[in-house]
Design a protein around this ligand. Structure first.
Ligand code: ADP
Ligand code: MG
Length: 397
């Protein structure tokens, strides 16, 4: 067990908190505040416990150079609004300098500050010790609550932990809890639904989950490679021809491990991936050479729903089809609704999967919606995430 913020006394201390405020900004306006909202419980906890709070985050990819379009100033304003309390923006093109240190030292209990975009300093992504040391001079206790960057080893999440006592924030704590429970001690039956675009993106996840799940559902474009490897016509569908053998070996492996493997039984096909395209729902042996498989059909949806009925743990990673387009969204939407109705722990990881369950309007009804696309993928692959690894172990470890 990693130490969490509940393991420390923050009274009169300065908490240096890595958050993920990498939010969408358009024309100087924050257009999506979800990531800020998700960090509020940790900030409020620290304030309620007498801390001074220094927030730090990256925004976009400034590649180690100052870029005024990627300044966090607008994010500080938005955070003030959402927190209902002034968030003092402390800018510096190098992120930390003597003036920044002075301003941070002058903060009073209950005050909150936000530093400039960490990635303006080339030391951040290089996990440079000097930069990490400078950052660490700004606080007494380091709190990591940026799950979205936990799969990266940077100065603000890995480096600083060398120089300060460390703790997981409430958001990271929740992410670890749900992923660990599902991957290490799942309530069975345990079902994984893996979709999305490429087998090559998800191979690590498939291999890790094959040893853990009772049923594995493969949908999305990824399924096309499996269908083709079984000798079926997939027309012009997205397929990875260099992964046909891999697909076959996964199917054999599933049999060896007594994992029920479910592939599409019927599909929605069209000649073009556009809104309003002519589409038809067909059996697997009825796909024409000039067509693409773009969604699962209703028979497949029913089959998956049957598997879900008995499930106690479900992981969804990857949509069933091109859900961005109405004509090919039905499978993903139906499945999302089914997930909201079952009495199981349901975890959703993957940027597009999260958008899909939000689009279906069921996100609130699911157990855990992961805040990190890349980080959740690495969790599902069974990897150790450097940003989490760097947090101190608690006594009961
Ligand atoms: P996630 O972000 O949830 O991990 P991925 O990034 O792996 O998911 O895949 C999402 C993308 O896969 C979506 O943009 C979707 O349009 C695409 N996709 C799903 N099914 C198909 C398909 N049959 N053909 C082409 N693209 C597909
Ligand atoms: Mg994606």
């Amino acid at each position: 067990m990693k130490k969490t913020i509940r393991d420390y006394d923050f009274n009169g201390k300065t908490a240096l908190v890595r958050v993920d405020f990498n939010v969408p900004v358009k024309d100087g306006v924050v257009t999506g505040d979800d990531r800020i909202v998700k960090a509020l419980p940790t900030i409020n906890y620290l304030l309620d416990n007498g801390a001074k709070v220094v927030l730090m985050s990256h925004l976009g990819r400034p590649k180690g150079k100052y870029n005024k379009d990627m300044s966090l100033e607008v994010v500080a304003k938005k955070t003030s609004e959402l927190l209902g309390k002034d968030v003092k923006f402390i800018p510096s093109k190098e992120v930390v300098d003597d003036d920044v240190i002075k301003e941070v030292k002058s903060l009073k209990e209950g005050e909150v500050a936000l530093l400039e975009n960490l990635r303006f300093n080339p030391g951040e992504e290089k996990n440079d010790d000097d930069f990490a040391k400078k950052l660490s001079s700004l606080g007494d206790i380091f709190v990591n609550d940026a799950f979205g960057t936990a799969h990266r080893a940077h100065a603000s999440n890995v480096g600083v932990a060398k120089f300060l006592p460390s703790a997981a924030g409430l958001l990271i704590e929740k992410e670890i809890k749900y992923f660990d429970e599902a991957l290490e001690n799942p309530k069975r039956p345990f079902v994984a639904i893996l979709g999305g675009s490429k087998v090559s993106d998800k191979i690590g996840v498939i291999e890790n989950l094959l040893d853990k799940v009772d049923s594995l559902v493969i949908v999305g474009a990824m399924a096309n490679t499996f269908l083709k490897s079984k000798g079926l016509e997939v027309g012009k569908s997205l397929v990875e021809d260099d992964k046909l053998d891999l697909a076959r070996s996964i199917m054999v492996s599933a049999i060896d491990k007594s994992v029920e493997l479910i592939l599409p039984e019927d599909v929605v096909v069209a000649k073009k991936i556009v809104e309003g395209a002519d589409s038809r729902t067909v059996e697997l042996d009825d796909v024409d050479e000039d067509e693409m498989i773009l969604d699962i059909g209703p028979q497949t949806v029913e089959k998956i729903k049957d598997v879900l009925k008995g499930a106690n743990t479900v992981i969804l990673n990857g949509p069933c089809g091109v859900f961005e387009i109405e004509e090919f969204s039905c499978g993903t939407m139906e499945l999302a609704k089914a997930l909201a109705e079952i009495d199981a722990t349901v975890i959703v990881g993957g940027g597009d999967s999260v958008s899909a369950v939000e689009k279906a309007g069921v996100a609130e009804k699911l157990t855990h919606i992961s805040t990190g696309g890349g980080a959740s993928l690495e969790m599902l692959e069974g990897k150790i995430l450097p940003g989490i690894d760097a947090i101190e172990e608690g006594e009961n470890a």
